[in-house]
Design a protein around this ligand. Structure first.
Ligand code: PEP
Ligand code: MN
Length: 449
């Protein structure tokens, strides 16, 4: 094991080990896990505390209605797809959406990928049976392989090291893209013009024309476009596998606080947010901005107790609640939570995840979602916050920059039969590039309303 420092001990970073941790793999070899953990603990951080602090202040602004968060990426990243082309397409899609949303919101958009670490998945069952053969469930490339063979499905701690290395390479590419000319506003705008050349998207023409006019206006005013060649871009993932998160946690030499340096923002999933559980305890001890997913059965009191535990000092931007209710439930389930939090006076940034409450199985047997339902949940999110006078702070989506066929609907409609054409996700269905841009146009309209 890596040597645990006094500062780490005094901050209780290992207290989670005596609590119940849901959704952890059964690692077959404790010595191998300890060895990998030690190597990770001795490795360079992926992100640094000052970046996490900057993000916290951006999320605080989103919580006050002075910025809007766009968080997007795969349900589950895969090692095989961590190549420059796929990463570029994903980042490009997020940047394109962000320009549309910035115009709609007339506010800065905080750009965050579900990437460079989104390699672990909670599962509804510990194992999977096919043709009478039962093997451990696939838990993400950080844990085991997707192929249905005993060799692949046995959890392998060496995959934690692989996840770290591939996250590092991914982040390097993301930083190069967003810090260079690739993120140039004029370039991103040109891509959006390319999208608009498809007559299927005629209904967004007036918004697109307004953005175009705004950019020409900026040019006429002599805006320094060279200053708009780079963007701030953050990375996030679900903090699920606690051995990985713990091993990448460091004490900041400036403040003495602990930071989980595996990503700027970490969230706790709907299935691991038990108040007395290991995930809540561990994330309560790191200073990063963090999120918690809240499903439709969340009691207002649960939300309040999560706040007590995760943000007792009421630091703005520290805690984001990512609600994932389902289009049919959000208008009934969200108001009580928002009201209780509003009454408590605690600062929370409210974000909608319109994906996870709207998952269905298509007639042809695919796990899918309807774009219509996804958009309706976002609409419900805005309605509820507007009715209560609270702030809709952002959007959390599963998307890819590629032309996959995983979500039903869209103006270039994907129907039940179309799902089979290019269904690639290993876990949940993602909006494709065009569906993502359509979503941005429609959410921009909601932001303006
Ligand atoms: C996810 O974000 O992929 C996920 C599993 O979400 P939730 O925890 O909201 O179910
Ligand atoms: Mn998912």
């Amino acid at each position: 094991m890596a040597t645990t420092t006094g500062a780490e001990i005094s901050q209780g970073l290992d207290a989670f080990r005596s609590l119940v941790a849901q959704q952890q793999p059964t690692w077959p070899d404790a010595a191998a896990l300890a060895d990998v953990s030690a190597r990770l603990a001795a490795s360079a951080p992926l992100v640094v505390p000052t970046e996490a602090d900057t993000l916290r202040s951006r999320l605080a602004a989103a919580g006050r209605g002075e910025a809007f968060l766009l968080q997007g990426g795969d349900c589950a990243e895969t090692f095989a797809d961590a190549n420059a082309l796929r990463i570029r397409n994903k980042v490009r899609t997020i940047l394109q959406m962000a320009v549309i949303l910035t115009h709609g919101a007339s506010m800065p958009v905080v750009k965050m990928g579900r990437l460079a670490g989104q390699y672990a998945k909670p599962r509804s069952s510990n194992d999977e049976t096919r043709d009478g053969v039962t093997l451990p469930a696939y838990r993400g490339d950080m844990v085991n392989g997707h192929a249905f063979t005993p060799e692949d499905r046995v959890p392998d701690p060496e995959r934690l090291m692989q996840a770290y290395r591939i996250s590092s390479a991914t982040l390097n590419v993301v930083r190069a893209f967003t810090g260079g000319g690739f993120a140039d506003l004029r370039q991103v705008h040109e891509w959006n013009r390319g999208f608009m050349r498809n007559p299927a998207y005629a209904r967004y023409e007036s918004t697109a024309a307004e953005i175009d006019r705004a950019i020409r206006f900026m040019k006429a005013c002599g805006v320094d476009f060279d200053a708009l060649r780079t963007v701030e871009f953050f990375v996030s993932h679900e903090a699920l596998i606690l051995d990985y998160e713990r091993s990448l946690t460091r004490i900041d030499s400036r403040s003495g606080d602990a930071y989980d340096t595996s990503g700027h923002f970490l969230w706790i999933g709907e299935r691991t947010r038990q108040l007395d559980g290991a995930h809540v305890d561990f994330l309560s001890r790191v200073a990063n901005p963090i999120g918690v997913k809240l499903g439709p059965t969340t009691a207002p009191d649960d939300a309040l107790r999560l706040i007590d535990k995760l943000n007792p000092d009421a630091v703005p931007g520290r805690l984001t609640f990512i609600t994932r209710m389902g289009a049919g439930k959000i208008r009934d389930a969200l108001p009580a939570l928002v009201e209780a939090v509003r009454e408590s006076g605690a600062p929370v940034t409210w974000v909608t995840d319109p994906m996870h409450g709207n998952t269905i199985t298509s007639d042809s047997g695919y796990k899918t979602r309807r774009l219509e339902d996804v958009l309706d949940e976002v609409r419900g999110f805005f309605e509820v916050h507007r009715a209560l006078g609270t702030v809709p702070g952002g959007l959390h989506v599963e998307l890819t920059g590629d032309d996959v066929t995983e979500v039903l609907g869209g103006s270039e409609e994907i129907d039940d039969a179309g799902l089979a054409l290019r269904y690639e996700t290993l876990v949940d269905p993602r909006l494709n590039h065009q569906q993502s841009l359509e979503m941005a146009f429609q959410v921009a309209e909601m932001l303006q309303a």
